[in-house]
Design a protein around this ligand. Structure first.
Ligand code: AMP
Length: 254
């Protein structure tokens, strides 16, 4: 199923690419924010709107865990506990991904960079292919709101799409209704939606600690480089409202 989803996604990106030939240069956007701030949802919507691929390091690492037993044994427990994997591990996975031609038109990075070392790595990786980060968008949501969100978040075990049991439920409880393109036809994913192990409250608390430990210098780094845009969001705002603010920030630099 993963292979079909990946193939469909690559086809979609190629089509989007054809429609993007007029674009002068690639567009790279980094989405920053605490776990469950909505980076994944915003990234996939932004990716659909701009026709540039969504790159989630969390999804890349989870895929690697499901495909590579040695990697899973070494880093799976880290991820389940809500701890960051070492920079070199995520760098290896991301640089392999970014070497693909689908990223010639750019990408929306979700979950990377998480610290200044990663931001510098990213800068070098992109420079290597003649690109750069155009804007880093910080989705700023209070801790309390995020705790409420994470307890209700459900993730499709097949395609990775996320839902919330109150704010953004799937049409049928427990079943993913993402529309997946497959060549000329489209179909509904139908995967099972589950609570990710790292969305349990005790694990979310560890993930918040990891964020707080590394985020302030990262924020300063992008601010000093005039690349940072901060967007305040909360649980009373609909995702579309946050998306509009993000789209506005992206269009300013595109
Ligand atoms: P996410 O889906 O972005 O919340 O990531 C899930 C887990 O993957 C994190 O808790 C980390 O263990 C790992 N991870 C994802 N991105 C990174 C990153 N940039 N640096 C280190 N670990 C990461």
């Amino acid at each position: 199923m993963n292979i079909i989803v990946n193939l469909a996604y690559e086809c979609w990106i190629q089509v989007a690419r054809l429609f993007n030939l007029k674009r002068r240069k690639a567009l790279f956007v980094a989405l920053l924010g605490r776990p469950n701030a909505g980076k994944g949802t915003i990234a996939s919507k932004l990716s659909e709107r701009h026709g540039i691929p969504h790159i989630s390091t969390g999804n890349l690492l989870r895929r690697k865990v499901s495909e590579d037993a040695v990697f899973a044994a070494e880093w799976g427990p880290h991820m389940k506990a809500g701890k960051l994997v070492p920079d070199w591990v995520v760098f290896r996975v991301l640089s392999e991904e970014l070497s693909k031609p689908i990223y010639d038109i750019g990408g929306v990075l979700d979950g990377f960079p998480r610290n200044v070392t990663q931001a510098k790595m990213l800068r070098r990786m992109l420079a290597w292919r003649g690109n750069q980060i155009d804007v880093a968008i910080y989705i700023d949501v209070d801790r309390q709101d995020l705790m409420e969100r994470s307890s209700g978040r459900r993730t499709c075990s097949s395609c990775g799409r996320t839902y919330h049991i109150t704010f953004n439920p799937s049409k049928v409880d427990g079943v993913c209704d993402a529309v997946i393109a497959d060549g000329d036809s489209t179909g509904v994913c139908g995967g099972k939606t589950v609570q990710r192990e790292d969305d349990r409250p005790e694990v979310v608390a560890v993930r918040f600690e990891e964020f707080d430990r590394t985020f302030a210098p990262l924020h300063r780094y992008y601010e000093d480089n005039n690349l940072l845009v901060s967007i305040r969001a909360n649980n009373r705002m609909g995702i579309e409202q946050v998306l509009e603010a993000v789209v506005f920030a992206v269009e300013e630099v595109d």
